[in-house]
Write a protein that binds this ligand. Structure first.
Ligand SMILES: Nc1ncnc2c1ncn2[C@@H]1O[C@H](COP(=O)(O)OP(=O)(O)OP(=O)(O)O)[C@@H](O)[C@H]1O
Ligand SMILES: [Mg+2]
Length: 242
């Protein structure tokens, strides 16, 4: 579904990605792991068009999307969350959820400002499903760090998409909600979703991932089943050397 081909990216003196090459399989959960600074978020930013690589290409369903803008890639069906969540402080939870219901800009604005009757029940169910125990009319600025991550996740899932990219979806979220998110992601996979996620929690990765890609210092160290990758000496050393 997504093919990352010979990607290189340098930030000044830092060679963040040194020729990464892999394919994200469809209808499964792939985990991208690696120590801090390995280049995981940078790869997400390159796939979603926020950063242009110095070399290499990204293909989505056979189309070269390397030079496309983030909004174009999102509209093609690549939906993502952010490690540093970006929300609108003075918009409510309901407004955030309505904003992502369409891929066309004009509809996004219309959805946001439409004052006709909204079926609040439907949105309350979403908040419940994602473990956000707040009122629909609460402002995003009132949310805790964990709750903001969950709202960002709910928005990424609600946005029409073909693949979901989740950057540390359960970091900073309490254990009960974390388990709920795990179940939710597993159910989504059963329903045929394709998910690429970044996480440091090996228990989480082992439980969810069908395929694991381990990155260290901008290169893919090893990839394969969780059993194989998580037992690999090079992966253990990369984490220990952190
Ligand atoms: N905009 C930038 N400018 C300069 N250096 C950057 C920039 N973005 C990332 N880097 C550097 O590139 C490397 C990879 O960073 P990246 O954020 O992709 O790592 P990561 O694997 O997501 O780490 P973490 O697990 O801590 O989130 C790091 O050395 C980082 O400091
Ligand atoms: Mg990161």
């Amino acid at each position: 579904m997504i093919q990352v081909k010979d990607i290189k990216k340098r930030f000044g003196g830092v060679e963040a990605i040194k020729g990464s090459h892999f394919v994200i399989p469809e209808k499964s959960i792939t985990a991208l792991i690696g120590p801090n600074g390995a280049g995981k978020t940078t790869l997400f930013d390159i796939i979603t068009g926020f950063i242009t690589p110095d070399q290499g290409n990204i293909f989505f369903e056979g189309h070269d999307i390397t030079k496309k803008h983030p909004f174009e890639i999102a509209n093609m069906g690549v939906s993502r969350t952010f490690q540093q969540v970006r929300l609108f402080k003075y918009l409510t939870l309901l407004e955030h959820l309505r904003m992502v219901e369409d891929n066309e800009d004009i509809k996004i604005i219309r959805n946001l400002w439409k004052r006709e009757k909204v079926d609040r029940r439907q949105y309350e169910d979403i908040l419940e499903k994602f473990g956000i125990e707040r009122d629909l009319d609460a402002l995003a600025s009132e949310l805790s760090y964990g709750q903001r991550k969950l709202l960002d996740l709910a928005m990424a899932v609600r946005k029409p998409h073909k693949i979901l990219l989740l950057d540390e979806p359960v970091a900073g979220v309490n254990a009960v909600v974390q388990e709920r998110i795990e179940d939710l992601l597993l159910k989504m996979k059963e329903e045929g979703e394709t998910i690429l996620l970044i996480d440091h929690d090996m228990r989480f990765v082992r439980k969810l991932a069908d395929y694991v890609i381990a990155l260290d210092a901008g290169v893919v160290l090893v990839e394969g089943t969780p059993e194989k990758v998580l037992a690999d000496k090079r992966v253990l050393e990369a984490y220990l050397g952190e």
